[in-house]
Design a protein around this ligand. Structure first.
Ligand code: SAM
Length: 278
């Protein structure tokens, strides 16, 4: 149930200050409509139904200057994401002070063996990464309801929908996070040129995605509609985009699918410019 979800009455009322402290505007007099400190930049990337946060953690060093947020409806899962990110940030700070102590410059070192490394709670060693995970965060939200409360018109450059819950039965299809009305919301918050990434292991859901972003016949195309706003990326474009690789291997669900030798179906759509009539 989402009865206890908190959401801002508008994007200008959203308090991001505690999510990205490293990106706070140093001018403390600058506040938003809710009186919260402003950031130096806006959140630009959203992971819808982020689960345990694998995509965010994978993307963080790839786009170190881009603020990214995961949205997740399950309280305990969001709590996990929040503490995971906190732990990664703390680890980065320790690594940096260890490097300062030894005089090693971690990020510039050519020799990976020289970089200080710490073991995390599951025994993996980690090195200092660009951005220090300061650029990722998570919020609890039902993205089917409140997306435009968080993000302004054309604020986002990327939206990810990775391994959405399939809701197989026809009567459950209304719970799918790809739909005609939600696609109109995704088009509203994405800027022209922005990208909508999708991946699923359920072949039928993949075709559902294609049906919701692409015209299925000349007749349907002639009628026009919100699908005018989307254009599918080619295989060459997908191969050239490192985010597609991260999405395919770093999310918890993608790892599970790999372990089970399952298929992964990727489709990415570019938000086109608004047509003349709009
Ligand atoms: N994207 C992650 C991954 O690839 O590992 C998680 C995939 S999991 C199958 C789907 C996630 O979407 C679940 O964690 C679920 O709680 C979340 N979810 C489902 N509906 C949602 C909604 N309306 N708003 C936010 N999160 C939602």
């Amino acid at each position: 149930s989402d009865h206890h979800l908190e959401y801002p009455i508008s994007p200008a009322h959203m308090d991001w200050s505690s999510h990205y402290p490293a990106f706070l505007d140093p001018d403390t007099s600058k506040t938003n409509l809710a009186g919260a400190r402003k950031l130096l930049k806006d959140v630009e990337v959203v992971d819808i139904g982020c689960g345990f946060g694998g995509l965010l953690v994978g993307l963080a060093p790839l786009l170190p200057e881009t603020l990214m947020v995961g949205m997740e409806i399950r309280t305990s899962v969001l709590e996990y994401v929040t503490s995971r990110i906190h732990a990664l940030r703390m680890q980065q700070q320790k690594l940096k002070s260890a490097a300062a102590g030894t005089g090693t410059t971690t990020q510039d070192s050519d020799n990976a063996a020289e970089q200080p490394a710490l073991e995390d709670e599951v025994g993996n060693t980690t090195a200092v990464v660009p951005g220090n995970y300061e650029n990722i965060s998570g919020i609890r939200a039902n993205t089917m309801k409140f997306l435009p409360n968080f993000f302004d018109h054309q604020q986002l450059s990327k939206i990810f929908v990775c391994f959405p819950d399939p809701h197989f039965k026809a009567r459950k299809h209304k719970a799918r996070i790809v739909s005609e009305s939600l696609n109109a919301e995704y088009a509203y918050v994405l800027r022209p040129g922005g990208l909508m990434y999708t991946i699923t292991d359920v072949e039928e859901y993949h075709y559902w995605v294609l049906r919701h972003f692409e015209y299925q016949s000349e007749e349907e195309k002639a009628k026009g509609g919100v699908k005018d706003l989307w254009e599918r990326l080619t295989d060459e474009e997908l191969a050239a985009d490192p985010c597609v690789h991260v999405m395919s291997v770093e999310t918890e669900e993608s790892k599970k699918v790999s372990r089970n030798n399952g298929n992964k179906y990727v489709a990415v759509f570019r938000r086109k410019a608004d047509p003349e009539w709009s």
